[in-house]
Design a protein around this ligand. Structure first.
Ligand code: GAP
Length: 434
């Protein structure tokens, strides 16, 4: 059985150290979240998996790591100041505020009163740079990483040997002053994005768009997400962002319903053209093959780290009953699991077992994240690691002291195999990527 509801996931996430409410001891702070020890590893693994597939194994994508604060002109020129707005409606009685598309029939979900007419609310966070808080010092926390790629387009062209088609990938924090947040880490005000701007010649954009939709869908399924809970959804004309000619979302069926994991947009030459005009910098690309200058079109796969973490957790969460015993197990793909291997001595009061288990853990730790645990019954220790998503458990028992072998338990099948300690590294090398 998958995750039955969000409360179950939220409480497991807190109990196991995946995600805590931010500023917890002060009662939390408006839908901001902190990743605990296991969550930190999970999102590192999500980002690594994205980076590996999007940048490292390709020869046409380079990386960028730009600052969050940018020249305020960027957001005027990109159209965000004018267009990055959500329709806000308010209940005159309870004063609760909602995004219009989050409520049905214009009535307050809390007390059924008729809501006010919508007014547009810009969701960019404003701040001031320097000691004086006046109009001249206004800056914005970026609501997407993409703009910094466009304004660095010439820098990347001039400093690397990229040739069209090529991409610039970036992972980083973005901020949106969302009117309504909720559903745990699905929609928050501070989140992380994994975005690729893929530059192609005009005319080749539609085909590249299709290719990226396919490539990105495969990324999710390769990491074990159930295809039954994934779908593609094309934006209707009236929901397209101001810069997009076409967008297809990859959606996941969360316990609360279908939600967007990632959008793959055809942004045309909108951003490069606008920044070229406004800055006076030539952002055209000289195409050697046609000996002409072109302004590339952009295909943008843009995914959220936090939504990815939530989807991977929801999808991995399994309640099962085997031979009359109930368990909760996170069947995370091994490359996403925070710890890959746990190591236990069968009993903690037997010094030779502890000594050998410590040594085994130490040796494996040089290649993989290993969790060592000697407290509680062995059944309890397995259960704890099942809930943490650790794919393999190594137990050092009395037989280990005689013949230097250990048992290796598989998280999903719970089957155990006896393996010589000398063969452990090779054994895991075939099952785990480093
Ligand atoms: N640069 C294009 C762009 O930002 P988007 O569809 O607005 O497109 C891309 O955002 C992804 O960022 C979304 O698919 C989602 O995964 C994530 N995202 C957007 N807003 C979010 C929020 N408030 N909380 C968490 N993730 C968010």
């Amino acid at each position: 059985m998958p995750a039955p509801d969000m409360e179950t996931l939220t409480s497991l996430a807190k109990r196991k150290g995946f995600v805590y409410p931010s500023s917890d001891i002060y009662g939390g702070f408006g839908s901001t979240w902190d990743y605990g020890p296991l969550g930190t590893e999970l999102i590192r693994n999500v980002k690594d998996a994205w980076w590996r597939k999007t940048v490292l194994v390709r020869n046409d994508v380079v990386g960028l790591n730009a600052s969050i604060l940018m020249h305020p002109r960027v957001w005027e020129v990109s159209g965000h100041i004018e267009n990055f707005k959500d329709p806000l409606v308010e209940c005159p009685t309870c004063r609760r505020r909602y995004r219009q598309d989050d409520v049905s029939n214009m009535h307050c979900p809390h007390d059924e009163d008729l809501l006010t007419d919508p007014r547009m609310f810009n969701t960019m966070f404003k701040t001031y740079v320097g000691p004086v808080e006046d109009d001249a010092s206004v800056a914005y926390l970026r609501p997407e990483t993409a703009q910094s790629t466009y304004v660095n387009f010439k820098n990347v062209l001039d400093s690397s040997r990229v040739r069209i088609p090529f991409g610039v990938a970036q992972i980083g924090k973005s901020f949106r002053n969302e009117i309504t947040t909720g559903n745990f880490i699905f929609r928050s005000r501070e989140f992380e994005q994994m975005e690729l701007q893929y530059f192609v010649a005009p005319g080749e954009d539609d085909e590249a768009h299709e290719r990226w939709i396919e490539t990105r869908f495969t990324w999710w399924t390769d990491l074990g997400v159930d295809t039954q809970r994934l779908r593609l959804r094309s934006h209707d004309a009236d929901e397209l962002a101001h810069y997009a000619k076409a967008t297809t979302d990859i959606e996941y069926e969360f316990p609360f319903g279908w939600g967007e994991l990632e959008g793959i947009a055809n942004r045309t030459d909108f951003d490069l053209r606008r920044h070229a005009e406004a800055s006076g910098t030539d952002l055209a690309y000289f195409d050697e093959s046609t000996k002409s200058h072109i302004v590339p079109f952009v295909i943008e796969p843009a995914a959220g780290v936090d939504r990815a973490a939530l989807a991977f957790l929801a999808d991995a969460y399994t309640e099962e009953s085997i031979e009359g015993r109930d368990r909760v197990v996170l069947k995370l793909h091994p490359s996403l699991a925070p710890f890959k291997i746990s190591v236990f001595p069968l009993a903690r009061n037997k010094a030779p077992l502890v000594k050998l288990a410590t040594q085994v853990a130490e040796d494996l730790r040089s290649r993989w994240p290993v969790f060592y645990d000697e407290t509680g019954s062995i059944g309890r220790r397995y259960a704890r690691q099942d809930e943490a998503g650790t794919p393999f458990a190594v137990t050092v028992d009395y037989e280990s002291l005689d013949n230097f072998s250990v048992t290796v338990r598989d998280r999903d099948t719970m089957e155990q195999q006896r393996i010589a300690i000398a063969d452990l590294e090779q054994h895991f090398a075939t099952l785990l990527t480093t």
